[in-house]
Ligand binder design. Structure first.
Ligand SMILES: CCCCCCCCCCCCCC(=O)CC(=O)SCCNC(=O)CCNC(=O)[C@H](O)C(C)(C)COP(=O)(O)OP(=O)(O)OC[C@H]1O[C@@H](n2cnc3c(N)ncnc32)[C@H](O)[C@@H]1OP(=O)(O)O
Ligand SMILES: NC(=O)C1=CN([C@@H]2O[C@H](COP(=O)(O)OP(=O)(O)OC[C@H]3O[C@@H](n4cnc5c(N)ncnc54)[C@H](O)[C@@H]3O)[C@@H](O)[C@H]2O)C=CC1
Length: 231
């Protein structure tokens, strides 16, 4: 997503719980700024735990200090799984997934919206849900609930923030080739109408569209990027 948005001319603030991962993203973008507080206009890397309110507040403050404005496009990708059958799922596995995947998106969406509204800037907020939030999945009561919650949160934010020129949309990827999907039974591929798994670039293409003025009249939408899986 960062590479695609940079290719569209965006200056990217990449943030991750793993600061090294964020700095690697900035290096991928060819940005000189592989450290916080990069020269104005350069891409910059930040570290934060999105499930922690103080960390998110500090992140938005750091981004505004670095770029002299709130972020005009915010893409929340952070997500984890702690898969287990319902009969055996621990409370901790439930709490951890909800904290990152749902509360994290609440905190980032809220902090970004507060900064945009107080500065009178329009914006586009894009939250990464999952097709699992629409149809459920074996072993994922926690994850499915978190991802379904992302859609409801984003629709509500869209209703409240439209008057401020802030659009909010959800992206629901399907079976995408990343480490996260390595444990999914491969028999799934046969269920995909397009016959193959997607690539992260397929998701990035949709994010770039929702970030751009080409989607200027779209808000509150849930865009499925699934090859037709579970249409
Ligand atoms: C006909 C197949 C239908 C498959 C539909 C699956 C759709 C998945 C699309 C995902 C797209 C988006 C996903 C996403 O947002 C990103 C992710 O979250 S990727 C990770 C998704 N996680 C899973 O799919 C769960 C994978 N399973 C597990 O992690 C383990 O199985 C689990 C921890 C749940 C249990 O482990 P264990 O006790 O060791 O049991 P087994 O692994 O031996 O499995 C027992 C039994 O259950 C079957 N099974 C496991 N997972 C799934 C599944 N997702 N869908 C269907 N069936 C599943 C497994 O095949 C075994 O069946 P047997 O007949 O007993 O062999
Ligand atoms: N891979 C797939 O097939 C699908 C993925 N998704 C969603 O897409 C998003 C990205 O998924 P992937 O790139 O596959 O996963 P990934 O595991 O490669 O990336 C997730 C990133 O989130 C970071 N992160 C984890 N907890 C964090 C926290 N508390 N604070 C800040 N950062 C944190 C991780 O360090 C990691 O860099 C996730 O929200 C996932 O649920 C949705 C559908 C399908």
């Amino acid at each position: 997503v960062g590479v695609r948005l940079a290719a569209e001319g965006a200056t990217v603030a990449a943030c991750d719980l793993d600061g090294a991962a964020a700095r690697e993203t900035v290096r991928l973008l060819g940005g000189p700024g592989s450290h916080e507080g990069a020269p104005r206009g350069a891409h910059a890397a930040f570290q934060a735990d999105v499930s922690e309110a103080g960390a998110v507040s500090r992140l938005v403050d750091q981004v505004q200090a670095c770029f002299s404005r709130p972020p005009s496009v915010v893409v929340s990708c952070a997500g984890i799984t702690r898969d287990e059958f319902l009969l055996h799922m621990s409370e901790d596995d439930w709490d951890k997934v909800i904290a990152v995947n749902l509360k994290g998106i609440f905190l980032v969406t809220q902090a970004a919206a507060q900064a945009l509204v107080s500065s009178g800037c329009p914006g586009s907020i894009i939250n990464i849900s999952s097709i699992v939030g629409k149809v459920g999945n074996v072993g994922q009561t926690n994850y499915a609930a978190s991802k379904a919650g992302v859609v409801g949160l984003t629709q509500t934010a869209a209703r409240e923030l439209g008057r401020h020129g802030i659009r909010c949309n959800s992206v629901l990827p399907g079976f995408i080739k990343t480490p996260m999907t390595q444990k999914v039974p491969q028999k799934v591929t046969g269920m995909i109408p397009l016959g193959h798994m997607g690539d992260p670039e397929d998701v990035a293409d949709v994010v770039a569209f929702l970030a751009s003025e080409d989607s200027g009249y779209i808000t509150g939408a849930s865009v499925e990027v699934t090859g037709g899986l579970f249409m």
